[in-house]
Design a protein around this ligand. Structure first.
Ligand code: SF4
Ligand code: SF4
Length: 444
C-alpha cells in the first residue's frame, strides 16, 4: 500500500480524532512528520475507554502504528501511556517490541494527554504558541483513532464508539456502542442512583453539559452523571456575564491561575490572571496579552483546580476566543524559542489531588465493568457534523433502507473541503435527514 492509498482508506472510512478533537485523520497524516506518537494517556479522571481498548487490542494498535510508520516514512514511533496502567503495559509490550515501537511511560498527572504537554514529555520539544505538532515534525493520534485506522485498512468504516458511563450510577461501564445512541439509552443500562441529575459528555475537566437525548458522536469519550448541585455543574452553568461580574469584584490577582496553567508552564505567553484583570476593569494592556486567550486549551485547571475564589478564567478565555475568531484576530507569535518554565516540574497536578478538588473521590476508584457490545438501540441520531470542518452532506433519502457500515453522508465536494464521511451504525430505515440523520430499525 502506498501513501495515497493509506490516506484515502482512512478518509473513506470517516476516521477522525476519537480522543475529543475530531480532526479528520487522513488530513492530519497527510502532513510532513518524522515522529509519530500514540496517545494513550487518557488523563481525564473517570474515563476508562482507552485503557480497555489498549488492553483488548494491543496488536491492532501496534501493527497499525508500524504500517503508518513504514508507509509514511516516519523515523521514530512512540507509544505513550501512564506508567500506572500495568495491565495495559503487560498486554501491549510484546507487540511494541515486535514492531520496534518506543514505549513512553507517563506520570499520573493532568493534562498528560494534552498534545502540547505530551509532545514535550515524549520528545522534549515545545510546540510554539498558536501552532500544531507538525511544526515540530510530529503527528499525534489517540489510540482509538489508531484502532479505527487499523479497521479502515480492512475497509471497515467508523460506526461505533468506545466510551465510559460513570458517576452517580449503579452500574458504571465502558462499552463499544453504535454512534447515534442517546445518553438516556445508555443511562438505562447504567441506572442513575438519583432522580434529578445532570449529564456531562466527556471528562469532568473538559466535558460539556448535555441533555438526555444527546447522541454519541465520533468524539464522545463518556457520559458522567452527577447531582445538579455538584461543583462540576455549577461551573458549567455559570453565565459569561456572571463570570465577568464576579471576576471584577473578587479576583485578588493571586496569579494561581497563571502559575498552574499547563500552557504557561510550557513557556507559552498565556497569563490568565492578566486577562482576568483586563476583562474585569477597563485597563489597556498590550493586545498580545488579550489575544493570548487564543492559546488557551480550555483544560479547566485555572477554573476547577487553581482559583481559590471560584472564578472562571477558562470561561472568559473561551468567550474571548469566540470574539477574536469572529473578528479574524490571530495571536501573533514573534518566533522566539519557547522553553518550559523551571517550575513546571513541581507544578503539574497529580490525578488524585485533582479528583479531591473536583469532588469526585467517590467515583475515582471504581473500575467500570467492560461490556464489549451492548444491544443496539432501535433508533440512532447521527449528527452531520461530529468532526472538525464542514458538515457532511446526506447521500440518502427518507425511506431508504440502510445497512450497518453503509455510507450515508459525505464530505461536500470530495477532497476540497475539511470534513468526514459518515456511515450507518445500525440496520434500518432513514426517517430524517436534517438536521440529523435518524435511522430506525423498527421501520424495516
Ligand atoms: S486564581 Fe482566581 S483570584 Fe487568583 S488571579 Fe486567577 S482568577 Fe484571580
Ligand atoms: S483553561 Fe486555564 S489553565 Fe487551562 S490552558 Fe486555559 S488558561 Fe490555562
Amino acid at each position: 500500500m502506498d501513501r495515497d492509498e493509506l490516506l484515502q482508506r482512512i478518509t473513506d472510512a470517516g476516521v477522525v480524532g476519537a480522543g475529543g478533537g475530531g480532526f479528520p485523520a487522513g488530513v492530519k497524516l497527510a502532513g510532513e512528520f518524522i515522529h509519530y506518537i500514540a496517545n494513550g494517556a487518557e488523563c481525564e479522571p473517570l474515563l476508562h475507554k482507552d485503557i480497555e481498548l489498549m488492553k483488548h487490542y494491543p496488536d491492532v494498535i501496534a501493527n497499525t502504528m508500524r504500517i503508518i510508520g513504514d508507509t509514511l516514512a516516519v523515523d521514530n514511533i512512540y507509544f505513550a501511556a501512564k506508567e500506572k496502567y500495568s495491565q495495559v503495559w503487560e498486554s501491549i509490550n510484546p507487540s511494541l517490541e515486535k514492531n520496534n515501537i518506543i514505549p513512553k511511560y507517563l506520570e499520573d498527572i493532568f493534562p498528560a494527554g494534552d498534545e502540547f504537554d505530551l509532545v514535550e514529555t515524549v520528545l522534549g520539544k515545545v510546540i510554539p504558541p498558536a501552532n500544531i505538532p507538525l511544526t515540530v515534525q510530529t503527528a499525534v493520534n489517540n489510540v482509538e483513532t489508531i484502532y479505527n485506522i487499523g479497521r479502515a485498512l480492512d475497509d471497515i468504516p467508523v460506526t461505533h464508539k468506545w466510551l465510559t458511563v460513570t458517576g452517580d450510577v449503579v452500574r458504571p461501564f465502558t462499552a463499544v456502542v453504535p454512534i447515534g445512541t442517546t445518553a438516556e439509552y445508555l443511562l438505562e443500562l447504567a441506572r442513575p442512583k438519583i432522580k434529578n441529575y445532570c449529564i456531562i459528555e466527556g471528562g469532568p475537566m473538559m466535558g460539556n453539559l448535555v441533555q438526555p437525548d444527546e447522541p454519541v458522536k465520533k468524539t464522545t469519550s463518556g457520559f458522567i452523571v452527577v447531582a445538579p448541585e455538584h461543583p462540576l455543574i455549577t461551573y458549567r452553568k455559570m453565565s459569561i456575564q456572571y463570570a465577568l461580574r464576579i471576576a471584577a469584584s473578587v479576583c485578588m490577582q493571586c496569579r494561581a491561575c497563571t502559575d498552574l496553567c499547563p500552557r504557561y508552564l510550557l513557556g507559552h505567553p498565556l497569563e490568565p490572571h492578566r486577562i482576568m484583570r483586563a476583562s474585569a476593569m477597563p485597563l489597556s494592556l498590550p493586545l498580545n496579552v488579550m489575544t493570548a486567550a487564543l492559546l488557551c486549551s480550555e483544560c479547566g485547571v485555572c477554573e476547577q483546580f487553581a482559583c481559590p475564589m471560584g472564578l472562571s478564567p477558562r470561561k472568559i478565555n473561551a468567550e474571548l476566543k469566540i470574539n477574536f475568531g469572529e473578528q479574524g484576530v490571530k495571536f501573533q507569535w514573534n518566533g522566539d524559542e519557547i522553553a518550559p518554565r523551571e517550575e513546571r516540574e513541581f507544578r503539574r497536578i497529580p490525578s488524585q489531588r485533582l479528583a479531591e478538588r473536583l469532588g469526585i473521590l467517590d467515583y475515582i476508584n471504581i473500575h467500570p465493568e467492560f461490556i464489549p457490545s451492548i444491544s443496539a438501540p432501535e433508533r440512532v441520531i447521527i449528527r452531520l457534523k461530529q468532526h472538525t470542518g464542514v458538515p457532511a452532506e446526506p447521500i440518502v433519502k427518507i425511506g431508504n433502507k440502510v445497512e450497518i457500515g453503509q455510507e450515508i453522508a459525505r464530505i461536500p465536494n470530495g477532497k476540497d473541503k475539511l470534513g468526514a464521511n459518515i456511515h450507518s451504525s445500525i440496520n434500518g430505515t432513514i426517517t430524517s435527514i436534517q438536521p440529523d440523520i435518524i435511522i430506525e430499525s423498527g421501520e424495516e
